[in-house]
Design a protein around this ligand. Sequence first.
Ligand SMILES: C[S@@+](CC[C@H](N)C(=O)[O-])C[C@H]1O[C@@H](n2cnc3c(N)ncnc32)[C@H](O)[C@@H]1O
Length: 263
Amino acid sequence: MALASKMVHEDALVSAEAWAMLGCSDLEPYTAWDFPDQGAGTARYGDATFNGVTPALAALNLVRRYTRPGDLVVDPMAGSGTIADVARSLGRRAVSLDLAPRRRDIVRADARAWPLPDAIATLAVIDSPYSDNLVYSDDPRCLGRISCKDSRFYRQMARVADEAQRVLRPGGVLAWVISDEYKGGTYTPVGFRLQTVLASRFEFLDTVVLLRHHDRSASPMWEHHARRYNFLLRGFKFLFLMRRPAGPRGGVVYGRRAGSYER
Ligand SMILES: C[S@@+](CC[C@H](N)C(=O)[O-])C[C@H]1O[C@@H](n2cnc3c(N)ncnc32)[C@H](O)[C@@H]1O
């Protein structure tokens, strides 16, 4: 703001109103996103009561930044369907997959084998289990049954990433939400470990910190325990932003289409 007002006053090329209008956007400009509620105004996206639900405003930011109307958005671990609801409300096409579909528009499928052809999606959004803290279904293939301390966890996530790479068109974007774990006195840097898996397949665009709210651990009792027993509660999740390399040597085609926003 200081810079803006200085420029307005020094050269008077841009009016104060024009500067104010530049700020009239709900797209996040920084790498820390803080959405106190799951919802976005009165519209309903997904199910705010679903354990592990993705903030709708995070999905809105992703869809608007990385797709255009008519583009295909895929969510292979759809849960309550937040990503598809947001994508469709913005005129995008959407495919939702989940081992345990909670709605009729969600197709039962394993995220390690998407029933989709190659190179058709512009954006894939994955909000995966990050350990065995939440078992989402009775299906033994549920990835929420594998501890993040187990190397199998990262091998299975690599298979999900391979599918994302196959189904995304060259230059398409993968957004992946993941949290670290502190359990039984042990900290596991899940985000950094997953990032290593993903970095060998995708070109990283950025890392966003998604502040956590509504967690069951966000209670006075857990906060007291964290202080008394000297550990830290998880205050954020990672949101990794990556692009499927477009060129044979992994070079990225970063044209207007992918680089513009506000659609
Ligand atoms: C954190 S939730 C997704 C939340 C969702 N984005 C929302 O807003 O409601 C993770 C989902 O992954 C699903 N899941 C776990 N293992 C899976 C697998 N192997 N294939 C497909 N889905 C899986 C679970 O059933 C669960 O619905």
